[in-house]
Structures are given as structure tokens and as C-alpha cells.
Design a protein around this ligand. Structure first.
Ligand code: EPU
Length: 449
């Protein structure tokens, strides 16, 4: 018989008060293990709804987002069990798609529920998509998702606190996204694999997590090709099957630990880090004076004598991920000279720098596109470019986590600063970083209180 493993103790302890105090100024030294990518696993869990057969995911971290998607799957009638420390089993024999109240109560925590639309339409011809949660880093509309579902043949009714989506059947179609959205690309994949006929998606996102989810769909029996110039072609099939999969390592978490190693002048070996998914990050890390050694087991991150300022623009893959931006911005506060960070993916992702400034950083945020190109946010009064002058000595302060990635960068700021920093609302960080306080302690961080 399989055993259900409950959440770990360390997580519960930290959840009791939702705040930590870090005494900074010590280099982080040691090894951390990073498991499967949050933004791949959560979508692969949704893909299980496309079959009645048993699906197994390995290397699954203990993070809040996995819990939320598990609850969502249970709310529509599926079964999710942790059968070992890092393996989950999902079986979705019978589906009940419109348990509205329950779905509403869970969904406010995440953006994944919108992806339930396609699989639920295939299973039971209707879906209720509640209002979405997730980090408040911009407007984050779902217009591309809804337009794509309509093009595939769904009828969408906007109702109180959500959408009611229905379709007798979905049919393959030509779809072009206005922007290579990760979620909308996944929406089209999950909706079209069982649609009748061929779907051609252009201007698609091609993040490594999406490629990993395509690998899962292929294991299930789907026929998907990723062509040149962001075109993905899906030939619909009539049935999909169970799968077993070990998702790729979380490259965003790896980059966060790399930034922490360099900012604190430490040395961290990140077990399971994969070079091929994060080459652009490694290039930028090297350019500012970070050092790394790649081995079969992972990557060791440290820094050389000095860190140097550079200009960076975030972009969709293969560009520099918007989720690398926050820890890297903190790292740039320790680099000599003026760095520029031009955020081109989300219009409102610099709110967090005010806390860095209170800790002693010198950062100005501008509405102009301060990169090599104009992006969608230029001339719109949206402060989406930051100039970071360094190096600055940081000092302790009381700060409150606004969102997931900014949250971890606050932790790095606190570790880099002299004195004590109280970080409130740390529960948000558990959405994407498992056991992070345990990992920090193992690296020598001084967490008090
Ligand atoms: N957009 C629209 N309309 C849509 C969908 C997207 O205008 O219908 C816009 C967004 O507002 C944004 C841009 O397109 O300006 C990109 O959004 P995208 O759809 O790619 O983002 P997402 O799928 O909601 C995922 C990750 C984010 C990550 C982005 C970009 C998950 C659960 N989330 O979000 O991760 O930043 O892709 O790579 O996969 C995180 O992990 O902390 C996180 C925020």
C-alpha cells in the first residue's frame, strides 16, 4: 500500500508566525538541493485530468502551489496522493467539473485554475473557471486564454467571480497569440491535444517548463511538434494515457540560490541545477563577476574579487526570465557602477525595490524603456526600468514580502545586510521555495526568533 506523507514540520513552524528575523553579514556556504520546477509540475498535474489512467510525478517539492493544485483536482473529483517524500500519484477516474463554491475558495491562491478549462471540457463538456489569484505583479488578464478557447470552439460566459465555459467538442484551429504568454501557450496545448483536427499555435512561449510539459503530453500519447519561429503544431488524438515523469529542476530557484551565494560572498553547490535550461542566466552571472562550476550533479556558485554593473532586459525564453529579475537586482546593489534592469514581461514588477532603498540601496525606477529596445510598456506611465547604483552597504530594516520572487530577494537582502532584518508575510515564499528556512540554516544563515 502506498503511504501518504503529510507536510513537513519545519514548514508548519514557520507558518505559525509568518515572519522571520535574519541577522545578516555572513556568507552562505554549503549545498542545497533543488527539486522539480513549480511552473512545470503544476501544469503537469493539470494534464493528468486528460486521462482516467494513473499518473505519477517524481521529484515534486513540498510547496504551496502543489498543495493548491492538488486541492483543485480533488475539488473536481480526482485523487491526489503523496506516495513517497517526493512522488505524487494522481488518478482522475470520475470528474465533477462545477463544484463552484469549493473551486472559488481554493482558486484565489493561484493562476493555475484557468488551465483546467480544456481538460474539463474534454472530460465533461463544461468547466467553471474562478477568478484567479497568484502574485500581484501586473494586471495579468486572461484574454488570450479565453480567445484561444473560443477559437477552438468553446462558448464562454462571464459570470459572478469567474467564467462558465462549455463545448460539446473542441476542434483544431489556427491561433496566434498577441504575446508569447506562458499560460496561454499551455492553455492551447491542454485544450487542443484531444481536439479534433490540427491546431497551429503561433507566437507561442517556449520556456523549458513548457517543453517539459510537452514531453509529458507526448508520453500520454499526444502528437506535438515545436517548429521554428515559435510555432507549435498539435495533431489531435482521441485518447490519452497515464504517465510517469520526473520534471526538470526549478531553474528559478537555482538562480535565486546563485544570487544569494554571490551577494553574501559565499559558495553554494546547487544539487540538480541544469546548465542547459539557464544559459542566459549563467552568462549574465559571469558578466557581473559571478563564478560557477558545472558538474554532473549540479552547479557550484560563488563570486570573484568584485562584482561589476551591467545592463539587463527581462524577456520571454530564451531571454533573461522576469523571475530571475528580483534576486538579480539585489545582487546588482553589490556591483560597482550603474546597472540597468529593463522589465519587459510584467508592467508592474518593481514595487518591491522601495524596501531595498529603505535598507540602503540606491535604486531609481523609470517609466522609460531603458533597454536596447522599446517594449509594450514604454510611454504608458508604467515604471518598468530600474537603475541600480552600487555597491551600497545594506542595513537591517522591517520589511514585508509583497510576492513570491520579491520575497526571496528580501531574504537575500537580509542575508547581505548588516544587522537584523525582520521579514513579515514569509508564507508567500513557501509557494515556490520548499523548506527555505531549513536550507538557509544549513548554509550557515543566522535566523533568530
Ligand atoms: N498576458 C495577457 N493576456 C493573457 C495572458 C498573459 O496580456 O491572457 C500578459 C501578462 O499580463 C504578462 C505577459 O502576458 O504581461 C506574460 O504573462 P504569462 O501569461 O506568460 O504569465 P503566466 O503564465 O501568468 C507564468 C509563470 C510566472 C512567470 C511568467 C512569465 C506560472 C504559474 N507562472 O505566468 O511565474 O513570471 O509565466 O515567465 O507558470 C513565478 O513563478 O513567480 C511567476 C510569477
Amino acid at each position: 500500500m502506498s503511504k501518504v506523507v503529510e507536510k513537513t514540520e519545519s514548514k508548519t513552524v514557520a507558518h505559525d508566525n509568518g515572519s522571520i528575523v535574519i541577522r545578516g553579514g555572513k556568507p552562505l556556504v554549503g549545498t542545497v538541493t533543488v527539486r522539480g520546477a513549480k511552473n512545470a509540475i503544476s501544469k503537469q498535474m493539470v494534464a493528468t485530468l486528460l486521462t482516467k489512467e494513473r499518473c505519477v510525478l517524481h521529484n515534486v517539492p513540498n510547496i504551496e502551489d502543489v498543495e493548491v493544485v492538488s486541492e483543485m483536482i480533488r475539488a473536481v473529483g480526482g485523487e491526489v496522493k503523496r506516495i513517497s517524500e517526493d512522488t505524487i500519484e494522481i488518478i482522475n477516474r470520475d470528474i465533477n467539473p462545477v463544484n463552484r463554491e469549493k473551486l472559488k475558495s481554493i482558486a484565489g491562491k493561484s493562476r493555475i485554475p484557468v488551465l483546467f478549462a480544456g481538460p474539463l471540457l474534454h472530460r465533461s463538456k463544461e468547466a467553471f473557471i474562478p477568478e484567479l489569484g497568484g502574485c500581484k505583479i501586473g494586471k495579468r488578464p486572461v484574454d488570450f486564454h479565453m480567445k484561444a478557447l473560443e477559437t477552438l470552439g468553446a462558448t464562454i460566459e462571464s459570470i459572478e467571480k469567474g467564467y462558465h465555459v462549455t463545448a460539446e467538442k473542441l476542434f483544431g484551429a489556427k491561433i496566434k497569440l498577441d504575446y508569447p504568454s506562458v499560460g496561454a501557450t499551455e492553455q492551447v496545448l491542454l485544450a487542443s491535444v484531444l481536439a479534433e483536427g490540427v491546431t497551429e499555435l503561433s507566437n507561442a512561449a517556449i520556456e523549458p517548463e513548457i517543453m517539459d510539459t510537452i514531453a509529458v503530453l507526448q508520453k500520454m500519447g499526444a502528437i506535438i511538434s515545436v517548429d521554428t519561429d515559435r510555432v507549435i503544431t498539435i495533431i489531435g488524438v482521441s485518447e490519452l494515457h497515464g504517465f510517469e515523469h520526473r520534471p526538470i529542476t526549478d531553474r528559478i530557484e537555482v538562480a535565486s540560490w546563485a544570487s544569494a551565494a554571490a551577494a553574501t560572498n559565499g559558495k553554494i553547490f546547487v544539487k540538480n541545477a541544469r546548465q542547459q535550461d539557464m544559459m542566459i542566466f549563467l552568462n549574465k552571472f559571469r558578466l557581473i563577476g559571478g563564478e560557477f562550476k558545472i558538474t554532473e550533479e549540479g552547479i557550484e556558485f560563488s563570486r570573484g574579487e568584485t562584482l561589476r554593473a551591467i545592463p539587463i532586459e527581462t524577456d520571454v525564453y530564451p531571454g533573461f526570465s522576469t523571475d530571475y529579475q528580483q534576486p538579480f537586482t539585489l545582487l546588482l546593489t553589490q556591483a560597482i557602477g550603474a546597472s540597468v534592469m529593463h522589465e519587459t514581461v510584467y508592467e508592474s514588477r518593481f514595487g518591491y525595490v522601495e524596501a531595498f532603498s529603505r535598507m540602503g540601496a540606491n535604486i531609481q525606477v523609470y517609466q522609460e524603456c531603458l533597454g536596447s529596445r522599446h517594449c509594450r510598456f514604454g510611454a504608458q506611465n508604467l515604471k518598468h526600468s530600474a537603475v541600480i547604483i552600487g555597491p551600497t552597504k545594506l542595513h537591517g530594516a522591517e520589511i514585508e514580502v509583497p510576492d513570491l520572487r520579491a520575497g526571496f530577494s528580501y531574504v537575500i537582502a537580509a542575508l547581505t545586510a548588516e544587522g537584523e532584518t525582520k521579514i513579515k508575510n514569509i508564507n508567500v515564499i513557501y509557494r515556490g521555495y520548499e523548506h527555505f528556512t531549513d536550507k538557509l540554516r544549513a548554509l550557515g544563515a543566522e535566523i533568530v526568533g
